[in-house]
Design a binder for this molecule. Structure first.
Ligand SMILES: NC(=O)c1ccc[n+]([C@@H]2O[C@H](COP(=O)([O-])OP(=O)(O)OC[C@H]3O[C@@H](n4cnc5c(N)ncnc54)[C@H](OP(=O)(O)O)[C@@H]3O)[C@@H](O)[C@H]2O)c1
Length: 254
């Protein structure tokens, strides 16, 4: 039985906890959160504490708190020589306090509490200071996912950088599209099949092969029209930058 204590109960730890709670080889022993946290459904039976001194013994402590505070927070844990991992793509394993054994358990997906996820399809990137901890993290990962990979901090930082482009930046562009449709009383839903096909296409084509649109075709009149339609100056700037980036990639100039 792998005993887990979750530290922080935001988007990632909520989902990890909900999934691991149902696994027969895992026991979720406790949740620590600095503030009072509302726990729903079956997870209610898991003991919760907001006092560091009351954190129980476990085989793995999974820290799921903002990147910038992972290191300093890990220094405040009142125990030694236990396996403490974080769940971040962008934070090196070395930031974790040396008073415990360090590791990383990074699920490469976007998580929001209100969205159900299927961990089977989510790659879990693991890293640990020593071989036996790495083995334990792999076992834990394989309990919930069909893709567990060992990736070091340097590689993970680059993977995370790529993830920011394909997820966070793309999602921001959805938001811009959403603003444009709502301001003009159009249904955002009309764009859903296009969004889905854009993602599906790159399962069989490279992103370069999949690129279409006015910038790739060098349709200058359409580009001018779009720039004219855009009222928001930051949207206009974004449109110009992305158009120029596509044109540069495909060898045409604005
Ligand atoms: N969300 C994603 O899509 C995603 C995907 C992969 C990896 N990650 C990584 O997972 C980690 C957690 O991300 P998240 O999105 O789950 O975060 P989140 O939803 O914003 O959750 C933040 C949690 O951290 C706690 N917290 C905030 N500041 C703290 C501090 N100074 N000291 C102690 N606890 C603090 C919060 O406690 P209170 O309730 O008390 O405020 C809350 O439990 C990050 O390292 C992130 O990079 C995120």
């Amino acid at each position: 039985m792998i005993r887990i204590v979750f530290i922080g109960f935001g988007n990632v730890n909520y989902h990890l906890c909900s999934t691991l709670y149902n696994m027969s080889n895992v026991s979720v022993n406790q949740i620590y959160n600095r503030n009072k946290v509302e726990i729903k459904s079956v997870l209610k039976s898991i003991p919760v504490t907001s006092q560091l001194s009351k954190i129980e013994e476990a085989d793995i402590y999974i820290i799921g708190i903002p990147d910038d505070v992972v290191g300093s927070f890990s220094e405040t844990l009142p125990f030694k020589n236990r396996l403490v991992v974080h769940t971040s793509g962008g934070v090196a394993m070395e930031v974790l306090s040396k008073q415990n054994r360090s590791g990383v358990f990074y699920p490469l997906q976007t998580f929001s509490k209100e969205r159900v996820v299927d961990f089977k399809e989510i790659p879990i990137c693991v890293e640990a200071e020593n071989a036996s901890d790495l083995k334990l993290l792999k076992t834990l990962g394989e309990t919930i996912s069909e893709k567990v990979v060992e990736i070091n901090s340097e590689e993970r930082a680059k993977l995370h950088l790529a993830a920011v482009f394909v997820n966070n930046f793309v999602n921001h562009l959805y938001r811009v599209g959403h603003e444009i449709t709502s301001e003009n009383n159009l249904q955002f839903d009309l764009l859903q099949p296009l969004i889905a096909e854009t993602a599906r296409k790159i399962e069989t084509l490279t992103p370069s092969e999949a690129q279409t649109g006015p910038a790739k075709r060098n349709d200058l009149k359409t580009i001018e029209k779009h720039l004219h339609l855009l009222k928001d100056s930051s949207h206009k700037e974004l449109y110009q930058q992305l158009t120029q980036a596509i044109q540069k990639t495909y060898g045409k100039k604005l």
